[in-house]
Write a protein that binds this ligand. Structure first.
Ligand code: FE2
Ligand code: FE2
Length: 290
């Protein structure tokens, strides 16, 4: 417990995050960095950037609601303090991705409309399953749903986006890398805290396993919507812009079709769920494929 206390303390958070990798950042990136010109000049690519960023805002708003809601459900003081740091991390993620929408030209008075127009309904369902557990103050299901399922998803999606943007868009890549560092801490907490709780509450297992299966289905449906209707790759080909050659789990994203990318991302996330859940003593359930 001593290691757990110091690894997830507010002191450690201050040193590694605000006084560490976020020093000298502005909304998560370096001062003066801007989105590439193509994101403004090409309508298809501009709309895709907005649609993608809206999903990030929706996911991060869910994480903010879940991490703050779980503070009062936590059975111990160390978890409450960690979740307070996570609450600020998630609020920051909401803020930096909302700021990206403004940078892309969304006006403040149209933010709600833009989010409602582009939010993927399957991602909204995914969030609702988690927030229902949080509302019931179900700490075990809430932490598995948030710190293993939601953040495992976020972690891999951000890594894939980071790989695609590292050469093309330093501003967005920097915003993502700070977020990835935060998510790594959140996932670590989930695994460390929940293993012992599952051991003392084996009766919770089947409910948690069902939640993981349901959330995973809506995650895959979100991926399907995102990749199968995506016109960006075709548009880049049409205007003769090369796609960035980017490595993600040993594959070159620059030569893959959207369907192949969907398959790779889905397999990567599900494999990570399986490993993480087994480590905490929960049996991974294979979701049906949308
Ligand atoms: Fe987050
Ligand atoms: Fe997070």
């Amino acid at each position: 417990m001593a290691d757990f206390l110091s690894a997830y303390s507010i002191q450690r958070w201050l040193e590694s995050c605000p006084q560490g990798y976020l020093v000298n950042t502005e909304y998560g990136h370096e001062t003066g960095e801007e989105e590439p010109e193509l994101l403004y000049s090409n309508e298809v690519i501009h709309e895709d950037a907005i649609r993608t960023t809206v999903q990030l805002v929706v996911g991060e708003r869910c994480a903010l609601a879940a991490s703050s809601g779980l503070i009062n459900a936590a059975p111990d003081e160390a978890s409450k303090r960690f979740l307070a740091t996570q609450t600020l991390d998630e609020a920051r993620h909401v803020e930096v991705f909302t700021q990206r929408l403004y940078d892309l030209g969304v006006r403040k008075d149209e933010l709600t409309d833009v989010i409602n127009r582009y939010a993927n309904p399957n991602l909204v369902k995914f969030a609702e399953i988690l927030l229902e557990k949080v509302d019931k103050k179900d700490f075990i299901a809430g932490v598995v749903g948030q710190n293993i399922v939601l953040e495992g998803l976020a972690f891999s999606v951000f890594e894939m986006m980071h790989a695609m943007n590292a050469d093309m868009n330093a501003k967005f890549a920097h915003t993502l890398s700070g977020t990835i560092a935060d998510e790594r801490r959140h996932v670590g907490f989930g695994e460390n805290r929940i293993g012992s709780l599952i051991k003392t509450h084996p009766e919770k297992k089947s409910e948690v396993e069902r939640m993981q299966k349901d959330m995973s289905y809506f995650m895959l449906a979100t991926f399907a919507d995102g990749f199968r209707n995506n016109e960006t790759a075709a548009e880049l080909d049409r205007i003769g812009e090369g796609r960035a050659h980017a490595d993600f789990h040993g594959k070159d994203l620059g030569v893959m079709s959207p369907e192949e990318m969907e398959g790779l991302l889905a397999d990567t996330v599900l494999k990570e769920f399986k490993v993480r859940l087994e480590r905490v003593g929960i049996e991974y359930q294979t979701p049906s494929r949308p």
